[in-house]
Write a protein that binds this ligand. Structure first.
Ligand code: EPU
Length: 417
């Protein structure tokens, strides 16, 4: 087991280069098997979630060559066999093999996906979409079989604009007969990135990034070269760190437009931001005032930055509020922040933060990926040492986090316990 030891109080300055987006890469890798030829994806982050997907590709007999941040995937010798629980459970995004294998073979058998325990996280909308395309679904011992004689384009309305369901339905529909329309589709940049890969392979998808996506089925998908977009959540995490303890900290290789909901909130509370074409330079503000934030689907404030932001809000004078509307159990970082000296109360789905508080280092647990990020920010702000255990969650989503933090002046060390 690994633990992260952070000595707080240092000012962070210099430059952090943002990696490829986890939540794009984890969909692009399964999507690549829909091609009958070689697919090259660059800017793939080296995190445990992408490694776990490569293990599934390897198990299915797909050739994967990985050099630095480039991945070459060739599914010519793929075998469509059951994906066992031990592989599917390693991450949430294993569920994209459902859409991809169903789209390619009209049949998929796999165990339930894993991922952070931040709510019930059903996949009913994914399954509803597959059924609308003509598939039958059975489940035995937590293993789903989804199969169809023929997949036929359909009009699918999503009751919630789910990222996972939108992508999975696109994957299943690209080779279906006729036209599929997804209404109330998710609009996150990761959806656009996946649609672009599929279109580069020869798919006919229009409207990705809006709430109506049209997919005209096609028989053959071929070779292509594709790039993963910069990770807006990794970028947002470091921007928040800069607002907490930075002095001209440059967050580079980003698409600032993807971070507008965060940057406008940080400016509202009093942070200093210089927003360029592909970077943000951030310094800690002198006086922070409390703000109200509500998590929403894109382009609203992302739930994935809610936990990192909570740590920063302990610096604000007065009352801040965060309302979490996406997941019912995404406040597990808060008891640890309170243990470090914060004054945060949770009622229903709203956290009320009274500040400013002085944080002091202690022993805490990263209960999930973004809770881990929140605790790293708190630890950097705190006086003394913080020991964060269960950091395997953190390593699932942040490439080279220790090296990146050290390069800008943080005192952080991974230790085996
Ligand atoms: N939902 C349903 N039914 C479904 C699917 C979703 O009710 O069939 C509900 C969920 O219960 C939840 C909400 O819809 O309340 C959001 O679910 P969504 O499908 O959008 O999320 P996801 O695909 O499971 C992805 C990211 C999450 C990110 C969300 C929202 C991946 C692998 N995961 O999850 O990322 O929070 O979209 O933006 O792309 C993270 O990176 O830390 C993370 C959790």
């Amino acid at each position: 087991m690994k633990m992260l030891e952070v000595t707080g109080g240092n000012t962070l300055s210099g430059c952090i280069r943002i990696s490829g987006a986890k939540n794009s890469a984890v969909a692009l890798i399964p999507a690549a098997i829909l091609s009958d030829e070689e697919v090259t994806i660059c800017n793939v982050p080296d995190i445990t979630d992408t490694t776990a997907l490569c293990e599934i590709l390897d198990y299915l007999g797909v050739s994967v060559k990985r050099a630095s941040e480039t991945m070459i995937i060739n599914a010519q010798n793929i075998e469509n066999k059951e994906i066992p629980e031990k592989m599917a459970k390693k991450l949430r995004a294993s569920y994209y093999f459902m859409g991809a294998l169903l789209g390619k073979y009209k049949k998929v058998t796999m165990a339930l996906p894993g991922g952070c325990s931040i709510g019930s996280r059903p996949i009913n909308l994914h399954l509803k979409g597959f059924e609308a395309l003509g598939a039958k679904i059975t489940m035995e011992n937590n293993v789903y079989t989804v199969e169809a004689n023929e997949l036929k384009g359909a009009n699918i309305y999503l009751d919630f604009a789910s990222v996972g369901a939108t992508i999975n339905i696109m994957l299943a529909a690209v080779k279906a007969k006729g036209t599929t329309i997804i209404e109330n589709a998710a609009k996150e940049p990761e959806i656009v990135n996946v649609a672009t890969l599929l279109n580069n392979m020869g798919a006919k998808i229009r409207g990705a990034g809006t709430s109506t996506i049209e997919i005209k089925g096609t028989d053959h998908l071929g070779t292509c070269f594709h790039e993963v977009i910069p990770d807006r959540i990794e970028a947002g995490t470091y921007v928040i760190m800069g607002a907490a303890c930075g002095q001209c900290l440059k967050i580079d290789n980003i698409i600032p437009e993807h971070l507008e909901s965060l940057t406008s909130k940080l400016e509202e509370m009093g942070a200093f931001l210089d927003i360029g074409a592909d970077y943000i330079i951030v310094s800690k503000g002198e006086h922070y005032k409390g703000i109200h934030v509500k998590t929403q689907t894109y382009p609203g404030f992302p739930t994935d930055l809610q936990q990192p932001l909570t740590s920063l809000l302990t610096l604000c004078k007065g009352t801040s509020k965060i309302e979490e509307t996406i997941y019912e159990n995404r406040f597990m970082h808060i008891p640890y922040l309170n243990q470090m000296g914060a004054d945060i109360k949770i009622k229903n789905q709203t956290a009320t933060i009274i500040g400013p508080s002085k944080l002091v280092g202690t022993d805490v647990v990263a209960t999930d990926l973004r809770a881990g990020a929140s605790l790293v920010i708190a630890a950097l702000m705190a006086e003394g040492k913080t020991k964060i255990s269960s950091i395997e969650h953190l390593l699932r989503g942040y490439e080279n986090i220790v090296e990146k933090l050290k390069s800008v002046g943080a005192k952080v060390e991974i230790k085996e316990i």
